[in-house]
Design a protein around this ligand. Structure first.
Ligand SMILES: [Zn+2]
Length: 283
């Protein structure tokens, strides 16, 4: 599943080709994503200029003057760009690579025939429209702070968890507390902060929260940098652009030895999600 770093790398990869460009239309091949793609989207977007592409949690926001196109990659979505020289089904040189495949549900076309194509085999992604204030959209209005902004800090996390008996892992996965950390990076940050994922949030002191917040920011930032440095070209690529495999300390390593102390990494289920931790390093 694309996590926050992949979404941010996608944003960085596509923005230079789309910002300040005029939309000439959209193609909806299958509107049945997580929510239906609005059928009047072409009328709304045609002629609009994309002023900026920003991100809130894992939502990509294409800000146009009259409103915002909201795009979410869901479980399996990916975006790629097709440039001028490789029009899909062009009259001459019809290219197999660029012909829309069965999972290519949506195209956004800007001037000079640059196409942003959404591929989403499992169709948990979303393409939506919001007029007016984007952040008032029902999916965005109740979201907690971004993990990489100063507003997300140890003091705030400490104060907001004094009465919370739920586990710190479930707190980190709660979008009203903080958005977009995701399962992989919650596991990794808890390992680096030496906190067991089952620890009740109210039992963690301020200095441990300081270490945790530092590590959350660090693992996400490192993942974004890794994605940026190994960024494949978003133009005319035929695979999943910008997704990257990293070396993890605990995530996906059940039964393997801890890279720090040599103990066996354990795996448990918390709220239907897998948690991985070192029983010796994390307490
Ligand atoms: Zn260990």
């Amino acid at each position: 599943m694309p996590e926050l770093p992949e979404v941010e790398v996608t944003r960085l990869g596509i923005a230079p080709y789309l910002e300040k460009r005029r939309i000439t239309g959209v193609v909806i091949r299958n509107p049945r994503l997580r929510w239906p793609i609005p059928d009047d989207l072409n009328d709304r977007l045609k002629g609009q200029i994309i002023h900026a592409i920003t991100r809130r949690a894992k939502y990509l926001l294409f800000e146009c003057g009259i409103g915002t196109l909201i795009l979410h990659l869901g479980m399996s979505g990916s975006l790629r760009l097709l440039s001028n020289g490789s029009m899909p089904c062009a009259e001459s040189g019809d290219s197999l690579v660029d012909r829309p495949g069965k999972h290519d549900h949506f195209d956004l076309i800007v001037e000079d025939q640059t196409i942003l194509r959404l591929r989403d085999p499992r169709r948990f992604g979303a393409v939506l429209w919001q007029s007016g204030n984007t952040l008032q959209h029902p999916l965005l209005v109740n979201l907690g702070p971004e993990p990489l902004v100063p507003d997300f800090c140890a003091t705030r996390l400490y104060e907001s968890t004094r009465a919370r008996k739920s586990s710190i892992k479930s707190i980190l996965m709660n979008n009203q507390v903080v958005v977009g950390i995701g399962n992989i990076y919650a596991n990794e940050a808890l390992f680096h902060a030496k906190i067991n994922p089952r620890t009740a949030a109210c039992r963690i002191g301020l200095s441990r929260y300081e270490k945790l917040v530092q590590n959350i920011k660090a693992v996400l930032q490192k993942a974004i940098e890794a994605g940026g440095s190994s960024l494949r070209d978003f133009v005319n690529s035929d695979g999943n652009p910008g997704y990257f495999q990293q070396q993890y300390w605990v995530y996906g390593r059940a039964g393997m030895t801890c890279r720090d102390c040599g103990s066996v990494i354990k795996q448990i289920k918390q709220n239907q999600r897998s948690s991985f931790y070192c029983p010796v390093c994390q307490h």
